[in-house]
Design a protein around this ligand. Structure first.
Ligand code: SAM
Ligand code: SF4
Ligand code: SF4
Length: 334
């Protein structure tokens, strides 16, 4: 089954945010000034249950989704997450993966693998404790994340990707140390351009370090050559070390947008379907789930939303799109 949107893009990839909560306060995602002690997170009864998530996942798979990524907020702060993994891993022909900040990975890696998770992506913005702590704003040390990655590797949750958001003036000096550290170890380091997601991170174009510049910095010390995409719609541009010691990726959502191949939908923790990371409005699927709709009713709703989809925010990003009331990244997941 292939659903196509108005720009002929198939629905293949679903990102499910299992919680809007997080144990970090990354300055580019959940700044403390906005997500402080008084911030109202979703009440428990508004968050989809595991049964509801699994039901939707099956319906999406029936509509052509081949990959599901669990995200958040921080997925591992959701209680009993391996129980959800066990339910999702029953869906045939599905690539099941997760993006995590890694803080709780040492504790959960074995259990996640045993219940059917295939791979993980771990976010890490620097190997320097001072810089990393300034970015996660939760006083969390680098060592714990590296321990989490080791645990994921030992458990076989591979290949492990490492996401590093690069923000000008904050962690550019960490680009080379990160590349040196992960090279030759089987990890795929991906540099992500700082994006204008949500409304709370105070994004400015000047804070973006363009992917070209990042590749230039790495290439000057460790020569790179371009590698072709693994599949249609891959967001990271791949670069291989010329000496065969591995690869890196750059996600250039700001300077080289990739909307034309975008096959991703997002499901928020409260069951809203979003067809773009920069969406303003979601489509309520929880209402249908809890209102007695059949699987066919829900599938029809998804088909109708995807059929009307025309999103291409990154292609048309400008000063005019900045003030739009976009949903927060911690709400719909990265
Ligand atoms: N908490 C998990 C984590 O940090 O990996 C999963 C959710 S997080 C929203 C998903 C990814 O989005 C992370 O790799 C994070 O670094 C990235 N991200 C968050 N805010 C971003 C921004 N403003 N620009 C670029 N990437 C961002
Ligand atoms: Fe939490 Fe991930 Fe956002 Fe950082 S990027 S605040 S770890 S959700
Ligand atoms: Fe997809 Fe929206 Fe990102 Fe474009 S801006 S690649 S449509 S999520």
């Amino acid at each position: 089954m292939t659903l196509l949107d108005t720009l002929n893009r198939p629905l293949r990839d679903l990102r499910i945010s299992v919680t809007d909560r997080c144990n970090f306060r990354c300055v580019y995602c959940m700044p403390k000034e906005v997500f402080g002690p008084d911030y109202q997170f979703l009440a428990r009864d508004r968050v989809l249950t595991f049964e509801e998530i699994a039901r939707l996942a099956r319906i999406f798979a029936g509509l052509g989704v081949r990959k599901i990524r669990l995200t958040g907020g921080e997925p591992l702060v959701r209680k009993d997450l391996p129980t959800l993994i066990a339910m999702l891993s029953q869906i045939p022909d599905l690539d099941l993966t997760m993006t995590t900040n890694g803080a709780l990975l040492s504790k959960f890696a074995e259990h996640l693998k045993a219940t059917g998770l295939k791979r993980v992506t771990v976010s890490l913005d620097s190997l320097d404790d001072k810089i990393f702590k300034a970015m996660n704003d939760a006083d969390f040390p680098v060592k714990k994340i590296l321990e989490g990655m080791d645990a994921a590797k030992s458990a076989g949750l591979e290949p492990i990707k490492v996401n590093m958001v690069v923000k000008r003036g904050l962690n550019e000096q960490s680009i080379l140390p990160m590349a040196r550290f992960f090279r030759g170890k089987g990890y795929i380091l991906r540099f992500i351009e700082y994006m204008d997601v949500g409304r709370s991170n105070g994004w400015r174009m000047d804070d973006v370090v363009p992917a070209k510049e990042i590749v230039g910095i790495v290439n000057a010390e460790m020569p790179l050559e371009p590698a072709s995409p693994n599949y249609r719609g891959e967001v990271a541009e791949r670069w291989r070390y010329k000496d065969g010691s591995g690869e890196i990726g750059v996600i250039a959502s700001v300077t080289q947008p990739f909307c034309s191949g975008c096959n991703r939908a997002r499901l928020s923790a409260e069951g809203k379907l979003y067809t773009c990371l920069f969406a303003i409005k979601g489509h309520d699927l929880r209402e249908l789930l809890r209102g007695g709709a059949t699987d066919e009713d829900i599938a029809q709703k998804i088909e109708s939303v995807w059929g009307k989809r025309a999103d291409r925010y990154s292609d048309i990003r400008s000063q005019n799109t900045l003030p739009l009331p976009k949903v927060e990244m911690s709400h719909i997941g990265g």
